[in-house]
Design a binder for this molecule. Structure first.
Ligand code: AMP
Length: 480
């Protein structure tokens, strides 16, 4: 393995690398950096989490000049989502501390005015999502005729999201004599077509085949009836810990409802999906990164946009619609060489989707056996609960109702000048579930009862067992 120095990077980039704390190049960096420094176009098949952002920012910015006054950009990075744009912006700003480039980021969902006035000042590197960039081009707020380096990041995702016409317009607005770097998790016929029309004799960098799963991730399936998923989720969290976990759901409302259910059970959770505003998403990600929130419930829109170090594990609460999304979801854990774990809940209806995933990744995903989580018993309890919910006897439903009543009581008290605030808050506090303690990685041995993760040894948590016992005694007393 070569060192960063041996890849041909200049002093400024090397000092940026030191600041970012990277010691050795990742494989995609080792292969791409010399090619980019040579000025070659590259077509790189690299999964997220492989270090690809630094693979294009470091060598490009190493060679890049500086635009005069209000001119630029000299380098343009197009990426599909706001989160990715912001993450790339952060890496580029870190490199720019040494190289003194001016970085601008323009993304949808934020107001135009600050972005337009930022562009007026001129920039060396512009990171943009396609839709917003087209809007700004139409408003003549940005010109792309100075672009020397064009990066198409997550190209497969951009095509999936229907950005091809926008990307074509953007590419056509840049000079023909440019360097083009295309990064894509998967390289298929449609990507090859794009590459053929946008690129000049590209060198291929292949780190991951289509469907490659990082070798650092252990992954399992648990077969479960739909109705038992909420209990199983809590059982897994109790067993495996819940310091930094991402729970993927198929829809926004399912991500929201899992979030609410886990909150009621006392976990620190945020939901993150496309219905939430940009500032809500950013805040949720920041709080997750800082450990204030331990669990994110997310949809696939964000499967590629979440870059948080050391996500302990991923739970696929729902099997993803697209087999490719499985690879992206589980790529959130086991990043940059650290160990990861992914557990997928599979209902009988999901067997076909599971087969499609296994075909894509060319491997059978082993089953995690549940020795102490009694699936049949949990299913009976879930059926009992749903009957109780229908007749208004479910303790969780009652608790949720109580919380809502407390909240409206608080609002009313505030409306009355806060005279009764203390009482209302007290009531809400009393009804709050017991706060659990997050487990920092550093503190894990003290707070986490020795993980000793035995495959198939999933013990449900106390709260879960109590719930099952309650359901059993109810059904016993009824049969008597
Ligand atoms: P990316 O694939 O660009 O999303 O990067 C994934 C993660 O890997 C980011 O958190 C980077 O900070 C980290 N990373 C990138 N390059 C290296 C490296 N050479 N050594 C260690 N971590 C790295």
């Amino acid at each position: 393995m070569l060192s960063f120095e041996e890849l041909g990077l200049g002093e400024k980039s090397l000092s940026a690398i030191k600041r970012m704390g990277f010691e050795v190049p990742t494989p995609v960096q080792e292969q791409s950096i010399p090619l980019v420094l040579e000025g070659r176009d590259i077509l790189a098949a690299a999964q997220t989490g492989t270090g690809k952002t630094a693979a294009f920012t470091l060598p490009s910015m190493d060679r890049l000049g500086h635009a005069k006054g209000g001119q630029g950009p000299l380098m343009l990075v197009i990426t599909p989502t706001r989160e990715l744009a912001q993450q790339i912006g952060e890496v580029a700003r870190e490199v720019a501390v040494s190289t003194h480039h001016r970085i601008a980021t323009v993304v949808g969902g934020l107001s135009y005015k600050p972005q337009i006035s930022r562009l007026k000042q001129g920039c060396d590197v512009l990171i943009a999502t396609p839709g917003r960039l087209i809007d700004l081009m139409e408003q003549k707020a940005v010109r792309l005729d100075d672009v020397q380096v064009l990066v198409l990041d997550e190209a497969d995702r951009m095509l999936d999201m229907g950005f091809l016409p926008a990307v074509k317009r953007i590419v056509n607005a840049t000079p023909k004599a440019r360097q083009t770097l295309l990064f894509s998790a998967t390289i298929d016929k449609s990507i090859m077509k794009v590459a053929g029309s946008f690129m000049n004799d590209p060198a291929t960098v292949e780190i991951a085949r289509r469907g490659d799963v990082a070798s650092t991730v252990e992954h399992y399936v648990i077969r479960v009836p739909q109705s038992v998923k909420p209990d199983l989720l809590k059982a897994v969290l109790e067993e495996k810990g819940f310091y930094r976990v991402i729970v993927f759901a198929r829809t926004r409302s399912r991500a929201d409802s899992s979030c609410r259910r886990l909150r009621r059970a006392g976990y620190k959770v945020e939901a993150i999906h496309s219905d939430r505003s940009q500032s809500q998403r950013k805040r949720a990600l920041d709080r997750f990164a800082e450990g204030e929130v331990n669990i994110l419930t997310a949809t696939d829109v964000l499967a590629r946009g979440i870059d948080v170090d050391q996500v302990d594990y991923v739970i696929n609460y729902d099997v993803p619609d697209q087999p490719e999304d499985y690879v992206h979801r589980i790529g959130r854990t086991g990043r940059a060489g650290s160990k990861g774990l992914a557990i997928t809940f599979v209902t009988p209806e999901n067997e076909g989707e599971l087969r499609a995933i296994e075909k894509l990744i060319k491997a059978q995903i082993p089953e995690m056996k549940l020795e102490s989580f009694d699936m049949a018993q949990a299913a009976a309890a879930a059926a009992e609960k749903s009957m109780a919910a229908r007749s208004g006897r479910d303790p969780e439903v009652r608790k949720a109702k109580r919380e809502m009543a407390d909240r409206s009581q608080q609002k009313r008290s505030r409306g009355q000048g806060g005279a009764k605030k203390g009482t209302a808050n007290g009531a809400a506090e009393a009804s709050k579930p017991k706060q659990r303690q997050g487990r920092g990685r550093a503190k894990a041995p003290a707070a986490a009862p020795a993980p000793q993760r035995r495959q198939g040894d999933l013990r449900p948590g106390r709260s879960h067992r109590a719930e099952v016992q309650r359901a059993r005694s109810r059904s016993r007393s009824r049969s008597r």
